[in-house]
Design a protein around this ligand. Sequence first.
Ligand SMILES: [Zn+2]
Length: 435
Amino acid sequence: MKTKFLISIFLFAISNLAFAQSSGSHALIGVDVFQGESDELQNMTILIEDGWIKDIFPTGSKALNDTVNKINLTGYYVIPGLIDTHVHMGQKRLPNSPEASREEFKKWIYSGVTSVRDMGGDARLLARENQFIREKKIPGPEIYFCATVGSSDMIAKDLRISRITRGIGSDKAGYVIEAKEDLDISESVSMALDSKVTGLKFYAGVNAKLVKALSDEAHKRGLKSWAHFTVFPDRPIEIVRAGVDVVSHVWGAFWQDQDVDPSKRIPFTHTDFKGARSAIFPDDMSLLNTDSQELQLLFEEMKKRNVIWDLTYVVSNPKTQEIYRKYALAASEAGITFSTGTDYFNDTSQSFPSVFTQIERLVEDGILSTRDAIVSATLNGAKVIGIEKTHGTIEKGKIGNLVVLKKNPVENIMNLREIEFTMKAGEIYHRKSFK
Ligand SMILES: [Zn+2]
């Protein structure tokens, strides 16, 4: 017994030592720090040890240890690491080409994106890549991912499901849950947990009663509940009342409107793209009315329950974008909390990932102030994933995930692109080394 205890102390000491050596300690001296709601702190020193923010204090007010790596950043600006709350690496790109995926991971981390939430991918591959990233075999952000919950029809026919369960089939994949009446709720959530997911994603064709039963169990076991804003056949407000933490996409809100034909609320799958489109966009878009009483009730319910809207705001069609803008503005006026998911693959011709366009457009279109846009992409993203106790702000005791900028992004949101370096868990990635 005693020997066992001593061995475990010894192993603990070794593992801590290894971690400390690889990460080291850094003092970022003379920086202005973005704090979210309140004004930024000026001329601060941030002390990072073993990957964590050990202290933050006015520069010069405390002595620094000789062994600390001192980085003079006078005139620079620090924000928390950016978070894209809606990516799809695990659905197609990763199963088809790990090499191309790793290029994207690299682009994220060198662009200040320290965490991403993957929304319906192959959990086996995502867990593997995450492990490579953690072991520093490849550069990349922290990857959080989900179990996909869908109707029997979706599980059987959707091409994405067969792709993400290659080699084992959907019935053997703990990260795919078929929404059937006799579902063993506790067993399903256990299997999802075994697949290392952070949340359940309600995709299509799950009724609100089942969404509630699974969400309750997920919450009990420390998982998040994420959903499309509309999970047909039920309406957005019913999905919100079922206890989900986050809803995705602007289009889902359309189906709250009482004027939209309810017979069109069908569980959609991408086996039929036309069907999917008509399920997303009502036939008569002119019926959509952002002043409707129904929509205001939905927003009230979201606010009451602190439900975050992962907008995935930017789309390529200008007409659709204009409708999205109206909904996002109405939600912003109602005080809804947003996160900055993209639902995009990164355009490989661009040197910055698509979350930058997402943040910039929300500001350009008058939906968010620069300050709120940065909070959406940092603290709100952390809340979406459920890691806000350790992520999302620059505070003592939180993880050393941050972005050092040459210019102030509160003055101009385009300054988010003026990156000097990204830090993830105390590890530095210089933008100028990005190739
Ligand atoms: Zn998506």
